[in-house]
Design a protein around this ligand. Sequence first.
Ligand SMILES: [Zn+2]
Length: 166
Amino acid sequence: MDEEAILKKVFHFDSPREKYQCDAAVLSCFDNRFDLGFRKFLEHIGVANPDPIRIAGGAKCLASPEREAEREFVLDQVRKSMRLHGTKRVILMVHSDCGAYGDLAGGFGGDDRAEAAHHQRELARAAAKLLEAIPGIEVQGYFVDFDGIWDAEVSSSQPLAQRPVV
Ligand SMILES: [Zn+2]
């Protein structure tokens, strides 16, 4: 940069210049307690190049958004990931003790089984909403708690009509 530059370099790091093929757009909550475990799980299932979409509540924004505009925003992010990085798969995430659901104590009276059952339905609903908007996309949904990662089995191979829409 020349002397007229406004930006001042404060750190050096070599980032890759090549564009990549995205393995999955990952819609997850920004709660940092679950970040390391979930990232390790993603590596474990072969997601090396994710397009992360991190927002409070994660898949809640598709399943039960506070405003319809939130769902539209998220769907648009997925479409951009598809267009820019060839994304064919979306991974949905919700987690235990999420502030967007009023946390475990406030939202579920500390009942972790009730919370897990609720999030199973949320993931099914989020997957159905996603497939309604973007037919044919591959979708998986996971509930993350303090012990690990749980598959909600919202496989996109199941026809929409047979999906448990809550
Ligand atoms: Zn959360």
